[in-house]
Design a protein around this ligand. Structure first.
Ligand code: SF4
Ligand code: F3S
Ligand code: ZN
Length: 103
């Protein structure tokens, strides 16, 4: 499962489409965590898609990640600022790849 303390245990190594990327990153096998308020551990995500389907405000967008061992697509928290903290995505992800900091 995603480490809920990732912002303390990892370093922000990059930005992607306006959100942070938390390392380590070693593409294409290791992709880190995308997002901060809505954080998706790309190294855990298996592209199940429940988060993309269920998010009521369409926070997630698919991105291609060819060569990643778990899946060749990931749910990117492209619009994390729109999140309404409903926690549905956290509940439906079968591999616990998502952390939402509802504060
Ligand atoms: Fe979308 Fe709710 Fe997840 Fe926020 S907590 S990203 S609103 S499903
Ligand atoms: Fe990935 Fe979990 Fe969404 S596996 S696509 S983060 S439901
Ligand atoms: Zn991203």
């Amino acid at each position: 499962a995603i480490d809920p303390q990732f912002h303390e245990n990892r370093d922000q190594v990059d930005e992607h489409e306006g959100h942070s990327v938390w390392g380590p990153v070693d593409e294409p096998e290791e992709l880190g965590i995308h997002g901060t308020h809505v954080a998706v551990d790309f190294d855990i995500c298996i592209a199940d898609g429940a988060c993309v389907e269920d998010c009521p405000v369409d926070v997630f967008e698919w991105i291609d990640t060819p060569g990643h061992p778990e899946s060749e697509e990931k749910a990117d928290p492209a619009k994390e600022a729109q999140c309404i903290d409903c926690m549905l995505c956290v509940d439906v992800c079968p591999v616990d790849a998502i952390d939402v900091d509802a504060g």
